[in-house]
Design a protein around this ligand. Sequence first.
Ligand code: ZN
Length: 101
Amino acid sequence: MVTFEKIKDCIICRKVTDNYDGIARKLDALGRPVVPKEYRQELEWKEGDFIGIYVYKDFLIFRKLNTKCIFCYEERKLIEFEGKYICKKCMNKIINKVQWG
Ligand SMILES: [Zn+2]
């Protein structure tokens, strides 16, 4: 039995015992937990999306992978353009290159 919690753009999953009094879900036969639909909708996770799985202490942390700068893989301060992401640092480099050659 596992339970889920959403923190920012991550889903935190942890194992709970049978007497856990919150909402818990069973793993399926292949060991897959089903992330609650409301969390997937909030985070715009769709079938086919790549989800990174990280282990931290007793938790599994799930996070969508395709939100990185296409040039440097930075994950913060991103600007979306036609379905791709670019960070502000790379954007400024491009602007300087265009302006100053
Ligand atoms: Zn970048």
